[in-house]
Design a protein around this ligand. Structure first.
Ligand code: ADP
Ligand code: MG
Length: 277
């Protein structure tokens, strides 16, 4: 009997492997003992096993989507202090986290000074989209411009563009820090045009719309880009001063109770907040 059991176990493992069911393979014996102890019927046992397999598949797929998105840092809406940024409508942002704008192929634009949480919010929304099964890719705009120009030189532009076309959501972070070259600007415009009504975009920028011409080089291109980007778009302004600067100033105003704060440290914190974005 023992012999027979182990032969059927070997066969079962083989079949499960052929069917690509690794979680069921790993869990079936333990769960079978549990089911016997609980007097659970065969169908309940099968249900439990298939549920485990599906959960594990979804977990792995979510992990892959997160990795493929290339987020520079992981941020969440729970980690965002909305009270410190009253110009940002919390209700609207929480609604955006439900991702219906992606189904409607709409865009989100974050406009505001450096350090005001644009990248944080863009990342948090895009991570929420990953969690809901959407295909997402995060780029700093300069990084994408470089990639597009390299692909063009290597004649692999079509491949890159078809990979971008498969996305549900494309994040373009930091439009405006470095003016794109003429070719770079044309290629970026092409990506934004192709995404129009097919892929949602989240764009962050520290530039008011009037200054976009400086980045994109021509008024024609700027007009056409803004036209596509802002048609069916939520524009969220992160008004005010840098969060880290604000944080550093608050720390200086309120030194810790039982510690004499070192003024050197405080100056450093303040300067650190001022120089980074
Ligand atoms: P921006 O992209 O507008 O330059 P970031 O999103 O990079 O600003 O924000 C700078 C840093 O401050 C990040 O570490 C971010 O997590 C943090 N931060 C900004 N605003 C907030 C906020 N309201 N609540 C919590 N952290 C914030
Ligand atoms: Mg940023």
């Amino acid at each position: 009997m023992k012999q027979l059991e182990s032969t059927s176990m070997v066969l079962l493992r083989h079949h499960l492997k052929a069917l690509r069911l690794p979680t069921i393979t790993a869990e079936c014996e333990k769960l079978a003992r549990q089911a016997a102890a609980d007097n659970a019927d065969h169908l309940t046992y099968l249900l439990q096993l298939t549920e485990l397999e599906l959960l594990e598949r979804e977990r792995k797929a979510a992990e892959r989507r997160l990795k493929a998105a290339h987020f520079p840092t992981h941020k969440t809406l729970e980690g965002f202090d909305f009270a410190a940024r009253p110009s940002v409508n919390k209700l609207l942002v929480c609604e955006l986290a439900r991702c219906e704008y992606i189904d409607r192929r709409e865009n989100v634009l974050f406009v505001g000074n450096p350090g005001t949480g644009k990248t944080h919010l863009a990342t948090a929304l895009a991570m929420a989209a990953c969690g809901r099964g959407y295909r997402v890719r995060f780029f700093r705009l300069t990084e994408l411009a470089t990639l597009l120009m390299e692909a063009r030189d290597e004649r692999s532009l079509l491949g890159l563009k078809s990979r971008l076309a498969k996305l549900d959501l494309l994040v373009l972070d930091e439009l405006g820090y470095v003016p794109a070259s003429k070719v770079g600007a044309e290629l970026l415009f092409d990506v934004i045009s192709s995404a129009y009504e097919r892929t949602s975009l989240i764009v962050t920028t520290n530039l008011p719309f009037e200054s976009w011409t400086e980045v994109l080089g021509s008024e024609r291109l700027t007009g056409a880009t803004l036209d596509r980007l802002t048609h069916r778009c939520q524009i969220i302004e992160t008004k005010g001063e840098s969060y880290r600067l604000h944080d550093a100033k608050a720390r200086i105003r309120r030194p810790p109770d039982n510690e004499q704060a070192d003024p050197g440290d405080q100056r450093e914190a303040l300067e650190g907040g001022q120089t980074s974005s």
